[in-house]
Design a protein around this ligand. Structure first.
Ligand SMILES: NC(=O)c1ccc[n+]([C@@H]2O[C@H](COP(=O)([O-])OP(=O)(O)OC[C@H]3O[C@@H](n4cnc5c(N)ncnc54)[C@H](O)[C@@H]3O)[C@@H](O)[C@H]2O)c1
Length: 256
């Protein structure tokens, strides 16, 4: 997985799911973790679990759509741990709806979190990375940011934006030793997969069989492993790249 010991990592949306698993894995590997989430009780719980396991973590309430929140959160992270080395833009929301039923309000809200949140995080963390001589940003996109899917006009477009924003920033910031990569999971066993399965009228087991060649959905830890690697020194030549975490689902056409 690589070394992240002593690094300071800010992880958004870390009160649940992939963000929580990622925060725990960073801490287990000796990183200092800033857990942020719009839901305070859930974020605090992540921190308590990390501390109970002997790790170092701090919770900060954070709406990633707010520029003022980003400024406050990053300043507080530096105050507490002396600087910032890693940003995981994980917070996101998911809507499945036919085009005709997708409202402008839904579209704007989802984009404010899934896309504007990523832009603001990158914009405001770069000066902190510059103080440390570099850094790593890991953006959570999706396979829905690579290929189309019915009912995914809003969510898929947001994740496609994250994919290309990642490459634009990698091109712009590489000379400052700042790396930016995107992660593209299919369904991972979190509340988002529960929501998708309910709409599809399938169980998680059926979804795993249908969507991967390994026959199962990813656990949050499967994604966390890739995120921590992309923050580690061992991945120092990786930037602007997309990492598909789909159990091989995109590698195969329908089975006969
Ligand atoms: N789970 C999946 O199947 C899956 C697949 C592909 C991509 N992703 C992406 O991975 C990321 C994490 O997904 P997850 O499944 O762990 O989701 P989740 O719903 O389990 O957790 C998301 C967390 O983000 C927080 N959040 C929501 N809005 C926020 C805001 N405005 N500011 C700060 N925090 C906010 C929530 O409170 C929650 O704790 C998302 O970007 C998602 O789009 C997930």
């Amino acid at each position: 997985m690589g070394h992240v010991e002593g690094k300071v990592a800010v992880i958004t949306g870390a009160g649940a799911g992939i963000g929580r698993a990622t925060a725990a894995l960073f801490a287990k590997n000796g990183a200092k973790v800033i857990v942020t989430d719009i839901k305070e009780a859930e974020g605090q719980e992540t921190v308590e679990k990390i501390k109970a396991d002997g790790g170092e973590a701090l919770f900060l309430a954070h709406d990633v759509a707010s520029e003022e929140h980003w400024q406050r959160v990053l300043a507080a992270a530096k105050d507490r741990f002396g600087g910032i080395d890693v940003l995981v833009n994980n917070a996101g929301i998911y809507i499945i709806a036919p085009l005709a039923e997708t409202t402008l309000e839904q579209w704007n809200k989802l984009f404010s979190i899934n896309v504007t949140g990523v832009f603001l995080g990158a914009k405001h963390v770069v000066p902190y990375f510059a103080e440390r001589g570099g850094g790593s940003i890991i953006n959570l996109s999706s396979v829905a940011g690579l290929l189309g899917a019915a009912g995914h006009a809003c969510y898929g477009a947001s994740k496609g934006a994250v994919r290309i924003l990642t490459k634009d920033l990698a091109a712009e910031l590489g000379a400052q030793n700042i790396r930016i990569n995107s992660i593209h999971p299919t369904y991972v066993k979190t509340a988002m997969a529960d929501y998708g399965a309910a709409i599809a009228g399938k169980t998680l087991e059926q979804m795993g069989r249908d969507m991967s060649v390994l026959g199962r959905l990813a656990e949050p830890e499967d994604v966390a492993n890739v995120i921590v690697f992309l923050a580690a020194d061992e991945s120092h030549y990786l930037t602007g790249a997309e990492f598909v975490v789909d159990g091989g689902g995109g590698a195969s056409v329908l089975s006969v």
